[in-house]
Design a protein around this ligand. Structure first.
Ligand SMILES: [Fe+2]
Length: 157
């Protein structure tokens, strides 16, 4: 059902497409962070175990908000692992074991890729569309990723 919120169809489509890629990225990152929460070991075990839990809870909340924004714009929120992997720009982690450093490096890289995607979406929506609410919404999500990245980076020095 088309959302009648004062935006032309092309603006709705642009936002829905960008939000779909973001939803996929958030879900892949959510699953990966959860996996690392389960399997972390080493000298910072309990700290990182708890930190990853905070992060995957933030990612889950964000994914939910992104999916609901897609729906509010009249789109269909993807919701299968197959579609997340198809639309997402980050890879899942299928390795049997990862060191603490590998986990931190990979998460940082994925958050960075997600932030590049969000910044591009904000730029393009700002230039080509009037969907200021999605622009503002994406800025809030960007802030969450910056904050998580800052916390992860502090363990990699
Ligand atoms: Fe747990």
């Amino acid at each position: 059902m088309e959302a009648k919120i004062g935006l032309p169809k092309k603006d709705l489509t642009k936002s829905i497409d960008d939000l779909t890629v973001l939803l996929a990225n958030e879900m892949i990152l959510y699953v990966k962070t959860r996996k690392f929460h389960w399997n972390i070991s080493g000298n910072s075990f309990m700290e990182l175990h708890k930190l990853f839990e905070q992060h995957y809870n933030s990612l889950a909340k964000t994914a939910d908000e992104v999916a609901e924004r897609i729906s509010a714009l009249g789109g269909n929120a993807i919701g299968s692992m197959k579609n997340f992997l198809k639309h997402g720009e980050i890879e899942e982690n299928t390795k049997d074991s990862n060191t603490q450093k590998q986990m931190l490096d990979e998460l940082l890289e994925d958050h960075q890729k997600t932030m590049v995607q969000i910044r591009k979406a904000i730029d393009e929506i700002g230039d080509k569309s009037n969907d200021v609410v999605t622009e503002d919404f994406l800025t809030g999500i960007l802030k969450m990723h910056e904050n998580i990245s800052w916390q992860l980076r502090k363990y990699t020095n």
